[in-house]
Design a protein around this ligand. Structure first.
Ligand code: PEP
Ligand code: MG
Length: 889
C-alpha cells in the first residue's frame, strides 16, 4: 500500500483515503489553481498507527521521498538555515470537524533558520513572530503544554511594553518571548523544543494522528454521528504567509451566502495576518468586498476562482485563502456547510442554473434540515426589549437563562433548565456547553468564528459578534448598552435568523414552512417567502421520485386532517386505546369488572355507539384514503386506577366505616390484573382472546361506521389490524370472529364493506413465522417499537433513562435503536419477514408504524427492503416524504 500522495496525485473522490481537506487540495491542484505544493499522508496510515501504536514501517521512507521531491520543487530544504522551507502539518478527516483536531504551522523554524527566514523575507519581526507561533503551537498540541502559559507570557510581554496588540511587539520583544517560550517548553514538557526540522515534522504528524482520539474530537463525532474508526489524514503543505505586511493577508470566502443562498461576495478578510487569526475570531475582519480596494488583482483572481469552483463542484464552496505579498494562494476548499433554509434555496437555485437535476437537488437537502425549518420563530408582533444585535450565524429562536460558562450550561440543562450560553467567543473546549444550550451568543467573532461554524453544524441557534454586549465571564454577567446588567440565570432570547438579542422571554410563532404545509401560506402567492417556494419545489421533486407511500399515526379527526394537509396518504396506525379514556373510563372499568356475560355485554353495548362515532369522524376526515385501525392493545390495568391510590382509598373508607364495596371490587381487579411485566403480559391479541366480545365490539363499530359513511356517499377504506400476534393461530381465531361480525353488518345494512384484516408484526416470533402468518393476514404493519423492545430485550419505557447514556458513551450504538432502526438486528428480521410474507401472499401490503417510520435513516432502510409505506406522527410526514424521495433518487 501507498501511504503518501502528492497533491498532484489525488482527487476529490478520494476523501476516505485523503480526508476532505487533502482530497480537495488535490482537486484544486489538478484544476490548475494556485495551491502551495505539498502531500497528504493517508487515513490508512493513521489507522495502522491507532491500531498498533506505531506508524507503518514504510511511512518514514515514503515521507522522506515526498519531502525531498517537495524540496526540489521549492528549491530549498526543510529548515535549511539560510533559506528554510517551512511547512504546515494539518489534520484532515473525511468529514470536516471544525477546530476539533490539531494543526501546527511554521515547521522548519529553529534558532538557526529563523535568521535565514528573517533575511529571506527581509523582515526580522516577521521571522521571530513566526518562530514564536511555532513554539507555542508545537508546545501546546504536540508536547501537551498548557496553552495558557504561552498566552500569559504573551500578555505579560504586551503589558511590559504597554501595548494592546501583538503587532506592536517588535523583533527584539519577540526574540525575548521565544526564549521565554522555550523555557516554558523545557519546564513543562521536560525536553527542549526540537531544533531538528524533521523531528518537528514527524512529531507533529504523530500528534495529528493522536488528536483523532482526543476528547473534543470524540465528543464531536458522537454528536455528529461520525464513525470513530475512520482516522484522519495529515496534510503537509508548504507555508505561505499572510502576515508579511499590508500587501499580505488571509481570509475565508463563500461562493454564496451560507445563510440565505444568495449569490454575491461573502466572506471575511484580515490584512497582515495568518489563517488561524480569522477562524479564531480574535481580531476583527473586514467584509471580503473590501479586498477589492485593498488588492484588486488578487480580488479579481479570487472571484474567478470562486466561479471555477462553484461550476466544478456544482455547489456552494467555502474557501480559505492567503495573499502573500500580492500573490493569491488557495489553502482549502470544500463544499460548504449551510443553514437548513439555504440548503433548500441553493438546491433549487442550482436546478434553475442547470447545474444539477431534480434527483441531485434531493441529495442536497435532508429531512433533518426540513425538521429544523419547521421549528417556531419569534413573534414579530410581540413587544420586545432589544438590547443588541450581532451576526445571524445560525437560525432559530432560542429562549433561556443566560449562563456564562460551559460547565454551568451542562449542569443547568441536566436539571431541566433551558439555557443560552453567553461567551465572549467560544473555543473547542466549549463544545459540551454548546450542545447543552438552546442557543449560543457571543460578543466577538464573525460568521466564520468557531461559535458560528460549530453551531451551524449542530443546527443550533447562534448569534455571534454582538459587540455592544460586554460579556464578563469571570463575574458571570453581561452589560448591555444603557448599563443594564444581565446576571447569570436571567432570561434572554436570541434570534439566529436576524442576529437580534432581547431581554426576557419573547413569544414564538410557527415557522412559515409549517404555515405552508398547513395551507395557510401558498407557494406562488405574492407574499410567499423564498424559502416556502424552495420547500414547495423540493417536496414536489420528492413526491415525484418516491416509491414509499407515507401515512400518519393518528387517532382523532383533528390529527387526521392535519396529517392530510401535510401530505399523508392514509392512516397507518389508529390506536384505539385513546378512545377508552376520559369519561369512558367508567364504562371500561365496568367491562373489566364484569362477573357475568350479561354484565359484560351491557358495557360493551354502551361502548359500541361511542366507538362507532369515533370511526365515522375518522373515515370522514380521511375519506378516500386507507385508515388502519388497531384493536385494543395495552394491558387492561392501564385503564384502572393506580394500585396505591386505590389501596389508600379503600383503607380510608374502611377506617371510617363508609361503604366501599365498589372500591374493594376494583382493588381486587387491580390485584388480579397486576403483572410483573405488563408489556409481556395480557395485552394485544391476548386481550381479544381472553375477554369475550371486546374485539368483536370494536370490529362491529368499524363495520357499522364504514356502512354509515357509505350510505352517506362517502368512501371509507378501513383496515382492521390485530396487535401483538405471535402465531397464526391467534390471528385465525380473531379473524374468524371478525369475518362473521362483518358479514352480519353487511347483511343488516345491505352494503359490501371490503374490510381488509391484517396484523402487526412486532414480536420476534411473528417475524420468524411471517410466512405462516401471511396466510391469515392481508397486510403486515411492522411495529418496530415493540419489535425493538423484544428483539433487544430492552424495556422501551425505561432504558432511555437508565443505561442508554452509558451505551451511547461507550459507542455500543451511535444512536438509540428506538430512534433509528437497528438494521443488523431488528432490520434484518423486518427484511426476512417481508420476504417470507410476500412469498406466501404476493400482494401482501407492507408498512411500518413504529416511531422509526418518521426517522430519516430508517425511512431509507424501509425503502431498500421494499415496504409499501411508512407511517409516522403528523408533524414528521413532510420529513418522511422528503426522505422517501431522497431514498429513491
Ligand atoms: C409498535 O410497537 O411499534 C407500535 C407502533 O405500537 P405501539 O407503539 O402502540 O406499541
Ligand atoms: Mg406495539
Amino acid at each position: 500500500v501507498k501511504f503518501v500522495y502528492d497533491f498532484t496525485e489525488g482527487n476529490k473522490d478520494l476523501k476516505d483515503l485523503l480526508g476532505g481537506k487533502g482530497a480537495n487540495l488535490a482537486e484544486m491542484t489538478n484544476l490548475g489553481l494556485p495551491v502551495p505544493p505539498g502531500f497528504t499522508i493517508t487515513t490508512e496510515a493513521c489507522k495502522v498507527y491507532l491500531d498498533s501504536g506505531e506508524e507503518p514501517a514504510a511511512l518514514r521512507d515514503e515521507v522522506s521521498a515526498h519531502l525531498s521531491a517537495l524540496e526540489d520543487r521549492m528549491g530549498k530544504k526543510l529548515g535549511q538555515p539560510d533559506n528554510p522551507l517551512l511547512v504546515s502539518v494539518r489534520s484532515g478527516a473525511k468529514f470536516s470537524m471544525p477546530g476539533m483536531m490539531d494543526t501546527v504551522l511554521n515547521i522548519g523554524l529553529s534558532d538557526k533558520s529563523v535568521q535565514g527566514l528573517a533575511k529571506q523575507a527581509g523582515d526580522e519581526r516577521f521571522a521571530w513572530d513566526s518562530y514564536r507561533r511555532l513554539i507555542q503551537m508545537f508546545g501546546k498540541t504536540v508536547l501537551g503544554v498548557d496553552g495558557d502559559l504561552f498566552e500569559d507570557a504573551l500578555e505579560a510581554a504586551k503589558e511590559a511594553k504597554q501595548v494592546a496588540v501583538d503587532t506592536e511587539l517588535d523583533a527584539a520583544d519577540l526574540k525575548k518571548l521565544v526564549t521565554k517560550f522555550k523555557k516554558i517548553v523545557k519546564a513543562e514538557a521536560g525536553r527542549d523544543f526540537p531544533q531538528d526540522p524533521r523531528e518537528q515534522m514527524d512529531l507533529a504528524i504523530k500528534a495529528v494522528f493522536d488528536s483523532w482520539n482526543g476528547d473534543r474530537a470524540k465528543l464531536y463525532r458522537r454528536q455528529e454521528r461520525i464513525p470513530h474508526d475512520l482516522g484522519t489524514a495529515v496534510n503537509v503543505c508548504s507555508m505561505v504567509f499572510g502576515n508579511l505586511g499590508p500587501d499580505s493577508g488571509t481570509g475565508v470566502a463563500f461562493t454564496r451566502d451560507p445563510a440565505s443562498g444568495h449569490q454575491g461576495v461573502y466572506g471575511d478578510y484580515l490584512q497582515n495576518a495568518q489563517g488561524e487569526d480569522v477562524v479564531a475570531g480574535i481580531r476583527n475582519t473586514v467584509p471580503l468586498a473590501e479586498l477589492e480596494q485593498i488588492d484588486k488583482k488578487s480580488y479579481d483572481q479570487l472571484m474567478q476562482i470562486m466561479e471555477t469552483l462553484e461550476n466544478h463542484y456544482k455547489d456552494l464552496c467555502d474557501i480559505e485563502f492567503t495573499i502573500e505579498r500580492g500573490q493569491l494562494w488557495m489553502l482549502q476548499t470544500r463544499v460548504g456547510k449551510r443553514t437548513a433554509g439555504a440548503a433548500f434555496r441553493i438546491a433549487t437555485q442550482l436546478v434553475d442554473q442547470g447545474l444539477i437535476d431534480e434527483a441531485e437537488a434531493l441529495q442536497r437537502v435532508t429531512g433533518a434540515q426540513l425538521a429544523q425549518l419547521m421549528f417556531p420563530r419569534f413573534d414579530e408582533q410581540a413587544k420586545v426589549e432589544q438590547v443588541g444585535r450581532g451576526i445571524a450565524a445560525s437560525p432559530g429562536a432560542a429562549v433561556g437563562k443566560a449562563v456564562f460558562d460551559s460547565y454551568t450550561a451542562v449542569k443547568w440543562s441536566r436539571s431541566g433548565e433551558k439555557v443560552i450560553l453567553v461567551r465572549r467567543e467560544t473555543n473547542p473546549d466549549d463544545l459540551d456547553g454548546m450542545i447543552a444550550a438552546e442557543g449560543i451568543l457571543t460578543s466577538r467573532g464573525g460568521k466564520t468564528s468557531h461559535a458560528a461554524v460549530v453551531a451551524r453544524g449542530m443546527g443550533k441557534t447562534c448569534v455571534c459578534g454582538a459587540e455592544e454586549l460586554e460579556v464578563d465571564t469571570k463575574r458571570r454577567r453581561m452589560t448591555v448598552p444603557g448599563g443594564h446588567v444581565v446576571e447569570e440565570g436571567d432570561l434572554i432570547s436570541i434570534d439566529g435568523s436576524s442576529g437580534k438579542v432581547y431581554l426576557g422571554e419573547v413569544p414564538v410563532v410557527p415557522s412559515p414552512v409549517v404555515e405552508y404545509f398547513e395551507g395557510r401560506m401558498h407557494a406562488g402567492a405574492d407574499d410567499a417567502d423564498e424559502l416556502v417556494e424552495a420547500v414547495h419545489r423540493i417536496m414536489a421533486f420528492a413526491d415525484r421520485k418516491r416509491r414509499l407511500r407515507v401515512r400518519a399515526n393518528a387517532d382523532n379527526a383533528e390529527d387526521a386532517l392535519r396529517a392530510r394537509r401535510f401530505g399523508a396518504q392514509g392512516i397507518g396506525l389508529c390506536r384505539t386505546e385513546h378512545m377508552f379514556l376520559g369519561d369512558r373510563r367508567e364504562l371500561v372499568e365496568r367491562l373489566i369488572l364484569a362477573d357475568t356475560q350479561d354484565e359484560r355485554e351491557e358495557s360493551l353495548k354502551e361502548l359500541l355507539p361511542l366507538q362507532k362515532q369515533d370511526f365515522v369522524e375518522l373515515f370522514e376526515a380521511m375519506d378516500g384514503l386507507p385508515v388502519t385501525i388497531r384493536l385494543l392493545d395495552p394491558p387492561l390495568h392501564e385503564f384502572l386506577p393506580d394500585i396505591t391510590e386505590l389501596s389508600v382509598r379503600v383503607a380510608l373508607a374502611e377506617s371510617r366505616q363508609e361503604p366501599h364495596e365498589n372500591e374493594l371490587r376494583l382493588l381486587q381487579a387491580v390485584h388480579r390484573l397486576h403483572e410483573q411485566n405488563p408489556m409481556l403480559g395480557l395485552r394485544g391479541v391476548r386481550l381479544g382472546l381472553v375477554i369475550p366480545g371486546l374485539f368483536t365490539m370494536q370490529v362491529r363499530a368499524i363495520a357499522e361506521a364504514a356502512a354509515e359513511r357509505k350510505a352517506a356517499k362517502g368512501d371509507p377504506r378501513a383496515e382492521i389490524m390485530i396487535p401483538l400476534v405471535g402465531t397464526v393461530q391467534e390471528l385465525e381465531i380473531v379473524r374468524e370472529e371478525a369475518d362473521q361480525v362483518i358479514a352480519e353488518v353487511e347483511a343488516a345494512t345491505g352494503t359490501r364493506l371490503k374490510l381488509a384484516i391484517g396484523t402487526m408484526i412486532e414480536l420476534p416470533r411473528a417475524a420468524l413465522t411471517a410466512g405462516q402468518i401471511a396466510e391469515a393476514a392481508e397486510f403486515f404493519s411492522f411495529g418496530t417499537n415493540d419489535l425493538t423492545q423484544t428483539v433487544w430485550g430492552f424495556s422501551r419505557d425505561d432504558v432511555e433513562a437508565s443505561f442508554f447514556t452509558a451505551y451511547l458513551e461507550k459507542g455500543i450504538f451511535g444512536v438509540s435503536p428506538f430512534e433509528t432502526i437497528d438494521k443488523d438486528g431488528v432490520g434484518s428480521l423486518v427484511q426476512a419477514a417481508a420476504k417470507a410474507g410476500r412469498a406466501t401472499r404476493p400482494d401482501l401490503k407492507l408498512g411500518v408504524c413504529g416511531e422509526h417510520g418518521g426517522d430519516p435513516e430508517s425511512v431509507h432502510f424501509f425503502h431498500e427492503v421494499g415496504l409499501d409505506y411508512v407511517s409516522c406522527s403528523p408533524f414528521r410526514i413532510p420529513v418522511a416524504r422528503l426522505e422517501a424521495g431522497r431514498a429513491a433518487s
